[in-house]
Design a protein around this ligand. Structure first.
Ligand code: FES
Length: 168
């Protein structure tokens, strides 16, 4: 597939807005008491920052008021909330995607977004999540950006695809 001006939408797919990595952190804390601060620290340590999107997700999924989360952040000098809309990029590293070049695509995405550590860009606008099989092997290799999945991607599509998302 080649993308010049606008990427071809191959396979629209509704999934949780929430990143799976974030969800797995929620599972560690959902039945504990006084968990807000450890949870926020865990998110910061895992992703390098806490975003507005994280605050909304924590509030909805763990049934805590956003106000309570913000107050916890304010009371801890080590924590802060990044006020940006964040895009979540899911990169499948399942066997079929790997057979079709997923590792080169993953490498290219990291390079394109200049991500060095923590799977997040310095400005917090993009977060990467490496996943197992997304059950779309027939259009592998697959990349998901927010709630849209694109198939039969090659490394030459990545620059245009990311550029398109940045402009949205
Ligand atoms: S291995 Fe990537 S969608 Fe199945």
């Amino acid at each position: 597939m080649s993308i010049h001006s606008k990427p071809k939408k191959i396979y629209p797919y509704r999934c949780k807005v929430l990143s799976m990595d974030l969800l797995s952190i929620f599972h560690k804390y959902h039945e504990s008491e006084n968990f807000i601060e450890p949870l926020l620290n865990d998110i910061k340590n895992s992703f390098g920052s806490i975003t507005e999107n994280d605050v909304v997700c924590i509030s909805e999924y763990l049934n805590i008021s956003e106000n309570k989360i913000r107050k916890t952040v304010e009371s801890n000098e080590e924590l802060e909330i990044i006020p940006v809309k964040q895009h979540i990029i899911r990169l499948c590293k399942g066997d079929t995607c790997k057979e079709h070049g997923a590792e080169k695509i993953i490498e290219k995405v990291y390079k394109e977004l200049k991500i060095i550590s923590n799977n997040i860009t310095e400005d917090g606008k993009f977060r990467i999540e490496i996943t197992g099989c997304l059950n779309m092997c027939d259009i592998s290799p697959v990349i998901g950006i927010d709630n849209i999945f694109y198939g039969k991607i090659d490394i030459f599509d990545i620059e245009a695809l990311i550029g398109y998302i940045k402009e949205k």
